[in-house]
Design a binder for this molecule. Sequence first.
Ligand code: ADP
Length: 431
Amino acid sequence: MNPRPGWLGELWRIVLLLAGASFVGWVTGEIALWLLLALAAYTLRNLFNLHRLSRWLGDPAKESIPIHFGIWGDIYSQIARVNAHQAERESRLNRLVDEYQASTAALPDGAVAMDARGRIRWFNDAASRLLGLVTAKDIGQPLQNLFRNPEITAFLQARSFEQLLETNVPGDGSRRLEMRLAPYGDGQILLLARDVTERFQQDRIRRDFVANVSHELRTPLTVISGFIENLQADERCSDKRLERPLELMAQQAARMRHIIEDLLLLARLEAGQTTEVLDDVDVAAMLHGVADECRALRADSPEIRCEIASRRRLRGDPKQLRSAVVNLVVNAVHHTPADGHVTLMWRDERQESVLEVRDDGEGIAPEHIPRITERFYRVDSGRSRERGGTGLGLAIVKHVLRYHAAKLEIQSQPDAGSRFICRFPPSRLIG
Ligand code: ADP
């Protein structure tokens, strides 16, 4: 690298100074003294310049650059260039932050930025509207201390980035809010809150409609089933030609009753109309009971066995849990050949406990797996109807598990069998 002109000038200055001092020293016969004097003067000058530099660096905006030439001029102009560059970057960043804050402020969704300890650093207008936050009062406060709703407090405390919370808008029971947490930066957390009142109301209308229709259909169906039973028992209808139609009518009426019962159960599960007090459920006894019951489903039933490896019990609604397990086992039995196996398992996996229904039957093609928990979704509708399936079994399982804060995992391969794995969190376990 070429030395800068300032450096060259400075070198020449030293050389000239020393040559001048040597010359005067030679004339006066005191070379060492004059050289020492010259070096002392040079050092003093540089000390003075260093002092000016440090004063100038303290507040560069206050004075203009004090020296414009030589090595010191170079140093000053380079520092000034770096400063200008820095200032430009800073103002660009400030503009970006302003733009970002303005755009987030305009969002219809609430956003609250919190530090690693959950204290509020910033929030937008929608957050103050939806959560009732007030800038002057709430900045710096731990967010979870601001709500009286225990659901929100527990959600914020849990700091789970996967779960969503749907709850009432604080102080306004007629509006619904969906909240989620997202991590960002160095341990900071962003809370996003969305007004989902409209979706909630539409869901409620749909749920109520299905529940009402099912309810209304129940009574006429009971009457029709009663008449069919009477006709089947009546000797005057013992005509062979009537036997088959009456049998089919009874079968179809039973199927409709089954669908209606499942729809009503689903509506209750969705509406959260479940027992408030949770029981202590003996999972091992429940699985043995379901296994015994399901062996009678088919004359050529596959082998059904239980593998119990956990002593833990579940805190939950025994009826609901039993109906979920029955649905899983009935499916497994119907999709497994007579020489196959269905295994009901209960085991611990670290903090969680897992209830699994596994079969080595026909399995499910990958494209169906994401959809089979939807209502009325069947891989083969003809076959499902033939065996009295309603297409609602797995939807019920999903809702029961959701109510118990459990997760459903489905692993399956055609011709290799299926695994329905239900993972229960520690909060639902005893022992
Ligand atoms: P269905 O009343 O038809 O059984 P479900 O909701 O219980 O309704 O199940 C949906 C679909 O998922 C079934 O129609 C079936 O095709 C598929 N399925 C469920 N469990 C199994 C299983 N163990 N093996 C293979 N397919 C299954």
